[in-house]
Each structure stands twice: as structure tokens, then as C-alpha cells.
Design a protein around this ligand. Sequence first.
Ligand SMILES: [Zn+2]
Length: 168
Amino acid sequence: MKIIVAPDNRLNQVSKKIDIVDNTTISILDQMLECMYKNNGIGLAAPQVGILKRLVVVDCNDKSNNKKPLKLINPEIIKLSTENSEFEEGCLSLPTQYAKVKRPTEIIIKFQNVKGVFCKEVFSGLEATCIQHEIDHLDGKLFVDHISKLKKNIIIKKLIKLKKKNKK
Ligand SMILES: [Zn+2]
């Protein structure tokens, strides 16, 4: 799997729902996790590797010997707290770029697990931020869409430069 770097049209698409959770789905999630760990990420959404499906992996545990992977199929936010938290966000699709983003501190999501079972779970803090960031990817949104246009343009320009440099 290869991570797509912004700006790229594939990162602006709305991903499709998974109808049936099968071995292909599980295999994609496992490969996504591997790709995320390899790149030292804490979250990855399928469109970032060119698969326009509603699949997300997250692991906010910072201890590498104590992994806590989350595999989310068709994740959907059903409740947001009114209280907000600010985290400095980065993204594997926007390498070396960071910005402070304010998002609800706590969320309730529903999703399907690898057995296809519908689950409901509460997340807070960094995990809540990370999951919101990844669900945004499924709707074609990036963290820079939450900051000022001016800051966003600066970051996108830097990424275009970076892409040109890497092509040489
Ligand atoms: Zn991201």
C-alpha cells in the first residue's frame, strides 16, 4: 500500500459504504494497519491508500510494545460533545505539515467490527480527535479544511513544492 499525498483528487472523494464484511475487508484493514505502523501514524483511512471505502484504522497508544488497534467499518458519529479540545494535527497524506484544530472532546460512534457486528462506543481526548480526523477522510475532508483558508493555502503550496522536489 502506498499513501497518497495531497493535493490529490482521490483525497476529496466521498467513500462508499461496505455492504458485506468479508475476508477482503479484513485483509484491507490488516494491510492498512501495517502501513500505518510502518509510517508511524496513529490513524489511516482507506481513501489515503486509494481505496474509496468507509474503512478506518486507529491506534493512539504511543507505546509500540503495547498496541491497541481499532478497526472501524462504516464508522459514523452519532453524538458530539459541546465541549471542544484543541490538538496539533498531522496527517500521513500531508507529510511534515501540522496545525492546531479544534474538535469536540468526546464522541459516540457506531460502526461494524471485523465480524460485521454493529457496535457503539464512546471515545475522548486524542482518540476522539483522531477518529473524527479519519471519518473526515471518508467524506473527502482533510484537517486543513478546519483551519483558515490562508493557512490551508500555505500548507498546500508547501506540499506542491515537496511533490515537485520528490519527482526530480
Ligand atoms: Zn489524515
